[in-house]
Design a protein around this ligand. Structure first.
Ligand code: ADP
Ligand code: ZN
Length: 622
């Protein structure tokens, strides 16, 4: 809804009336009595006294601290009807009360009339004023929320709605690092702008495009950029919203959406998380999800219903194309598929450049160093990173983002919030040994990534951390690299064992051991790196249609299961022994490093290597 005075007036009118009634109700006892008592006729004090003597007065109400009385009297002069008469009383008339009492006349004293009137006024205005203020705030708020470029409006009958942006304001230059996907879309923009080029030669334009990629890679951004470049409206809805709906609502929402889209063609219809509605039908255990299937069927019907050249282009996004219903991918529906990958180094640099544009960054900061440090980051992660750095900068009242804030922001995104270091104590020493253990094993193994820094400053769940420089190419990893990682992960626990003894080891290694086990298990069951041979026995994510847990229905015999467990154990044992050996052989260096770490709390990778190289040779990493 939009903020306007007309809106507020329209809404506040009935509320004003209602609140007036409410307050009338509250004040009724005082107000009504007061009103009834207003007497038109008057009488002098003397006459009043006579009336009392005659026994004609029935009731006396005193007002204004006893200066005024309204009496109820009956008598021949008053036509033998009870009448209310106003009497002004002299300043002090103590004998009056006695007289009234003697004649057994009801007396009532009332608070000052002026006060009542004032309270009534305040009471009647209080509620409406509060309501108008809160309504104003409410309208302001809701109009801000739906904001963004262009107007956003919502349609539909229940809570999940679709959105319309008349102008997305996003252009292709805002999208970086995913050039292939971008190229695919340039043609679509031409079609939306100049359809006659295509229709003249009888070309059919695709109706549906499926964007496949992990969250945060820029799928929504890309879809908005198409709308922005072609200057057409952008309709969007998320598939996950349909799933919670009552039966039939999802389908009618799809109908509404396409009806509106047709009225506004040419336009872009964007369906986020289409896998939520578009899963392969009839695969659920114990019956499918009726609502989902109806919604999907409606979507298919709608897509078949309009001609390719009406100017509606449906763009859907998912990170799970493998589970989509094959009907969705048939020609005439989402027959074009474009994948959007996690950006590589060049891509990350380009994305950082886009998001650095509107930020004040110290010219000494090299975006390419940041790009090097962030393999695996999506576009959204990178945008978030620069924003975090900007927030840190503002918090320190600095006017430029420096490498320092960026480093902090990267650490925070990877490992969570920073805490404060422990004061010197036994557990600080133990944590220091544990971390130095990881770091020295990592440094001395040729196949392991380099140490970037070791720190005792806690972050997220971790009480100390050893950071390694991630290598760029993570796609092909050799067996010796995996084993090196297992040894690096075991380095912490192994050092605890040697320095403090078997009975003093701590729970601090539980996360390390989880990783160790998972790496060893994958070597055996996925990568064929054990004596069992080159067999694929388990998938990364066994069966997407069955919930987790249910998917672990093994496809191998119990005999193989026993072998798998044995192989895992053997791998870990072998790595553990080698790790212990490295720790034993370097005990002197470790003690030295721990002392330095406890004093400085953080040692960066180069310094760490410099210290070690005074005692032993570090293998060259290739
Ligand atoms: P998805 O739809 O793939 O989950 P979004 O498009 O919603 O991802 O991305 C979220 C935000 O991350 C964008 O608004 C943008 O700020 C940033 N972003 C993601 N990918 C890119 C990219 N390739 N180039 C520039 N910014 C990006
Ligand atoms: Zn550890």
């Amino acid at each position: 809804m939009k903020f306007s005075w007309k809106n507020i007036l329209l809404w506040s009118l009935p509320i004003l009336v209602i609140s007036f009634f409410i307050w009338q109700g509250f004040f009724a006892p005082i107000t009504n009595e007061n009103n009834n008592n207003v007497a038109n006729s008057r009488m002098t004090y003397g006459r009043f006294l006579e009336y009392i003597d005659m026994g004609w007065v029935q009731k006396v109400d005193l007002y204004e601290n006893g200066h005024t009385a309204i009496i109820e009297a009956i008598g021949p002069e008053l036509g033998n009807r009870i009448q209310k008469i106003r009497v002004e009383l002299p300043v002090s008339a103590p004998e009056l009360i006695t007289k009234l009492k003697n004649n057994q006349i009801d007396i009532n004293a009332h608070p000052t009339k002026n006060n009542i009137a004032l309270w009534n006024l305040v009471g009647n205005l209080f509620f409406p004023i509060v309501l108008i203020i809160s309504l104003t705030l409410l309208f302001r708020r809701s109009s801000n929320n739906s904001g963004g470029p262009g107007q956003a409006m919502s349609f539909g009958k229940s809570k999940a709605l679709f959105q319309i942006e008349a102008k997305t304001g996003i252009i292709f230059d805002d999208v970086a690092g995913i050039d292939e996907a971008k190229e695919e879309f340039e043609e679509i923009v031409t079609f939306l702008k100049k359809p006659e080029y295509f229709t003249a030669v009888g070309a059919k334009i695709p109706k549906g495009v499926l964007l496949i990629g992990q969250p945060g890679t820029g799928k929504t951004l890309l879809a908005k950029a198409i709308a922005g470049e072609a200057n057409v409206p952008f309709f969007s809805i998320s598939g996950s919203e349909f799933v919670e709906m009552f039966v039939g609502v999802g389908a009618s929402r799809v109908r509404d959406l396409f009806k509106k889209a047709k009225e506004n063609a040419p336009c872009i219809v964007f369906i986020d998380e289409i896998d939520a509605v578009g899963r392969q039908r009839g695969t659920g255990i114990g019956g499918g999800n009726d609502e989902r299937e109806q919604t999907l069927n409606q979507l298919l019907t709608e897509m078949d219903g309009f001609e390719g050249n009406t100017g509606i282009i449906v763009i859907a996004a998912t990170n799970r194309a493998d589970i989509l219903d094959s009907a969705l991918l048939r020609p005439g529906r989402f027959d074009r598929q474009v994948s959007v990958e996690i950006p590589d180094f060049k891509g990350r640099l380009a994305i950082l450049n886009v998001h650095a544009k509107n930020k004040k960054i110290n010219p000494k900061v090299s975006l390419s160093i940041i790009a090097r440090r962030t393999p695996g980051f999506s576009g959204a992660d990178l945008a978030n990173l620069l924003n975090e750095a900007a927030i840190l900068t503002a918090r320190k009242h600095k006017n430029e983002i420096t490498l320092n804030e960026i480093d902090k922001a990267i650490d925070r995104i990877i490992a969570g919030m920073e805490g404060t270091a422990l004061i010197d104590s036994k557990s600080k020493r133990l944590i220091a040994y544990h971390e130095v253990g990881h770091a020295i094993v990592g440094t001395l193994l040729k196949e392991h990534e380099n140490v970037q820094k070791v720190t005792l400053i806690p972050r997220g769940q971790a009480r100390g951390l050893t950071w390694f420089t991630p290598s760029e190419d993570q796609s092909l990893i050799s067996m010796s690299q995996i084993k090196a990682r297992i040894m690096g992960a075991l380095g912490g626990r192994a050092t605890e064992e040697i320095v403090f003894g078997d009975s003093e080891i701590t729970t601090g290694a539980s996360n390390d051991l989880q990783q160790v086990t998972s790496m060893a298990r994958q070597m055996v069951t996925r990568f064929g790196m054990s004596e069992i041979g080159p067999l694929s026995l388990e998938n990364e994510d066994s069966n997407p249609f069955l919930g987790r847990g249910m998917g672990n229905i093994n496809e191998y015999s119990d005999e193989i299961a026993i072998k798998i467990d044995k192989q895992i154990q053997e791998i870990v044992e072998e790595c553990h022994e080698k790790t212990i050996k490295i720790i034993r052989n370097n005990r002197v260096i470790i003690d030295k490093l721990v002392d330095i770490l406890i004093e400085k709390e953080t040692i960066d990778g180069q310094e760490f290597r410099n210290i070690i190289s005074q005692y032993t040779t570090i293998p060259h990493k290739g």
